[in-house]
Ligand binder design. Structure first.
Ligand code: SAM
Length: 169
């Protein structure tokens, strides 16, 4: 049956095992992708990082816990750990963006059916849908999920009255 064969090929190409391994927590942002965004936003803080993968000179590690820190006054780039706690990073990003002079840009899986997407991503100023799949961490395989970039800047987002601007990248 043709569709069964197609499914097998897909699983080999996008090895879903990595998505659920602890390694997936460390998936690094593709450097050229980051630089493109950085040239627009001039990021000053990476709140989810380790010393070897931090993208800004100011960063927070798991020991410092970026979720417990103050991000205010920064242009923040967030590629959160893709585990179960990802919803807490959405909430933190949204809440921090309400502070003065604070913009938060998130690179996240485009899981538009999740509660956190509806509760927070839909309050963003912009949602940029990424065409194709990113190759994280310099790997040769594409991610087994689509990604999006969410920009929280004004705090004025409202899913009904003022929905996010949609763009592709
Ligand atoms: C997807 S990686 C992103 C790494 C890098 N900032 C980048 O964008 O390429 C997420 C990083 O967040 C770190 N992390 C996990 N929990 C954290 C926490 N509570 N506070 C700060 N960093 C955390 C992980 O160790 C991992 O290095």
């Amino acid at each position: 049956m043709p569709w069964v064969q197609q499914t097998e090929v897909k699983v080999k190409k996008h090895d879903t095992r990595v998505l659920f391994s602890s390694k997936s927590m460390e998936w690094a942002t593709p450097r050229d992708f980051f630089h493109k965004l950085d040239s627009q936003f001039n990021f000053t803080l990476d709140p989810c990082a380790r010393s070897h993968n931090a993208l800004c000179s100011k960063y927070f590690t798991p020991d410092e816990d970026g979720l417990e820190q103050d991000w205010s006054g920064n242009k923040v780039f967030v590629n959160p750990p893709y585990g179960r706690g990802i919803g807490r990073w959405f909430q933190k990003a949204y809440e921090e963006s309400l502070k003065k002079d604070t913009t938060v840009v998130m690179l996240i899986p485009a899981r538009t059916d999740t509660k956190y997407w509806h509760k927070y991503a839909m309050k963003a100023d912009e949602i940029r849908l990424i065409k194709g799949r990113l190759k994280f961490g310099g790997g040769k395989n594409s991610a087994p999920f689509p990604s999006a970039v969410i920009v929280f800047s004004s705090g004025a987002g409202d899913p009904v009255e003022n929905p996010p601007k949609l763009a592709v990248m």
